[in-house]
Each structure stands twice: as structure tokens, then as C-alpha cells.
Design a protein around this ligand. Sequence first.
Ligand code: ADP
Length: 403
Amino acid sequence: MKVLVINSGSSSIKYQLIDTETRNFLAKGLVDRIGLRGSSLKQERSDGHKINLSGEIFDHQQALEYVLAGLISPNHGVIKTLDGIDAVGHRLVHGGEHFKDSVLINEDVMNVLNECIDLAPLHNPPNIKGVQAARFHLPNTPMVGVFDTAFHSKMPDYAYIYGIPYVLYKRHSIRRYGFHGTSHYYVSRRYRDLTNGNLKELKLISCHLGNGASISAIKNGYSIDTSMGFTPLEGLLMGTRSGDLDPGVANQIIAKEGLEPREISAMLNKHSGLIGISGLSSDMREIEDAMLEGNKRAELAFNVFAYRLKKYIGAYTAALGGADGIIFTGGIGENSLLVRKAVLNSLEYMGIILDHEKNEKMIRGKEGFVEAEDSKVKIAVIPTNEELVIAIDTEKITRKTLS
Ligand code: ADP
């Protein structure tokens, strides 16, 4: 089956057309700066052929029109007509307590998705715009929504309930949900395959470290705890997000700086984390380069990032009752040997011993293990593939519902 996977953000659409039989992409691309000046569309076919267009792209509907035109273009495309797309899989960030699994999208689902806007005002509206645009252009093609929260939906209540009046959970669904579920799901299954293991027996800690970052404790194949919470702001330090924070800090900043709630949200989501501490960049490569050149604030940002991740690994080892494997994924997890080294340094007493030579070789999309021979805990580096999970789920649900 050929599945178009769509990840729709506020001003961008990332997409891949995936052949679920071969599990490879036929074409993938990005429409950037939708509704802003300098919009662009970049597409790459699996044979390396690229298109690069720039011009005005007004909204998500127009963006998708260009995406589809690129996919069926006689010179640059990969399918002859739009009938070549068998189904569409949408990455949806927040399913609330309604969606514990992927769903076939229909009117009822659209209504519930709209109700969930309240839970994720930053993420759900652009996701919904992507679904609406796809339904407009491909009205007869089945569509499936795959939720970032679903993999965490089996978390025990003591892991997801906040220490605030219980009535607020009942009244407004305020609890921890967790995100990046598709990535944690993919790398845990891939770890199982690489080790010929059994998910029922494996206790895993998966670290997804990209621009957004989260860590998940996985038992019986599912998340029993994760660092992101009600929103993707909680937990680890990220490129531009603060991660864990005493709410008293937000109150004090509001009082001292006279910020509005919307402004404090922007500060914590967009101007904090690596860029907030370093004053330099949200990009880990630039932080590392500056640190190696002696920039002290970049070094501090790096150290806060690594230290907090180390603390979470300790906490999740305790939550799991010991870990069999730690998995690193996402742009930083897959590539930054310095982060892996700093995070795993001095955890030998927990049976976690890094092989430095192997660690140094594991970059640029390589997959494998970097633990020393006498390490009790395996350390895996696994490039994530959220799009493949979405495509496979979309195929499964489409076939089941339409058969
Ligand atoms: P997103 O969360 O947007 O999908 P990615 O998973 O691509 O992001 O991760 C982006 C992060 O990965 C950036 O901070 C980038 O600097 C970092 N990164 C990519 N390559 C390297 C590298 N070689 N060394 C250190 N960090 C890297």
C-alpha cells in the first residue's frame, strides 16, 4: 500500500510517501514558511532526484496542493495520478483521553479532535489544518490519525496524576499525557528485533533527543512513565523549551517582568532551554562547537541538558526495577557522541558502561550498540522512523475498517 504520511505544523508540512511493502519512502519533502514570506517546497525522491521551489504559499490547503502536484509531476514525481495514494496517515500530537490508539478519521473523530484543541492549543490546530487540507484534496482517500500520546496511554495513574486537586483532573482532564510516542514505540520494537528479545521481558529506557526531547520508561512493550506531561514542555531541557520548572518561577517572572500568560508561554516554549541558557543557539551542534571553543554559557547549557537526562535515567531505572537497555534516538541521540558520553559518564555502579571507541563511530544514521563488553545494560543508538510507524498503522487500520 502507498501511504502519504503528513506531519502538519503551524507553518510547515513534512511529508513522505511510503510503500508499506518495501517499508521505504518513494518521496519525502517539506513545505516551509506557510503563510509567511519566503515559503518553499523541497522534495526528494528515493533515487536522490530533488525539487526545490520557492514562492508564496498562503495556507495549508495550498501547501498540500503543491505537495500533491509534486508527487504526480511527470518529471519529478513518483506516482501517475492521485489514485496512486491508497491512504493518508496524519501525525496528531494530542489525543487526550479519547484516543488510546490510531483511528480512521471521520466526522465524529474530527469533532473530538476539535474538542482536544483545548488540551494542546499550540499543536492541535495546525494538525487539524493538515487533516482538513488532505480531506479537501483527497475526499475519497481513507485517512488515519496516529497520536503522539497513544503509546503512553497505558501509564499507571500514579505516574500521570499531578499533585494538584483531583477535581481539576476530573473537570479539565489535567494530567500527564506524554508525547513522542511513535518514536519511543518504533525504537523499542527495533531494539527488540536487533536483540531477538521479548517485549514482555524487556525493561527499556528510550531517550528521544531532537529539538524537542523526552525520555520514556518501557515495560511490557509500553510506556510506564515519560518525561513530557500535560504539554510537551515538561521534562528534559530542550532546544527552546525549559523542561521541568517550579511553577513559582513562572509566577515570579509574571510579577517582575509584567508578562501576560501568552508571553510567559512563549518564553518557556520558544526562548528557553539551550538557547535561553546559552544566549547563542537552540542547535546542539552549535552549542557543542561553541563549548569546545571555550564559550562558558554554551558549556553550561550543555551541562544542564546532560545532567537532567542523567537524573531521569536514574529515576527510570528505579521505576522499572532495573533496565536491560538504554536507547538513544533523535538528531542529538543519534549523532552527539559528546551528549551520550556526558550522560552515561559515572553510571558504572548501575551496570552502565560505555565503550568510547564504539561511541565515537556511531554517528550519521548508524544503528548499533555502544556498550562495553562488561556492561550489564545494553546501550543502543537507533535512528527513529516515526513516518514508518504511521504508515504501517494507517495500512493496518485502513485494511481492517474497509474489509
Ligand atoms: P526534530 O525534533 O525537529 O525532528 P532532530 O531530531 O532532527 O529534530 O534533532 C535536531 C537536533 O539534533 C539539533 O539540536 C541538532 O543540532 C542535533 N544534531 C544533529 N546532528 C548533530 C551532531 N552531529 N552532533 C550534535 N547534535 C546534532
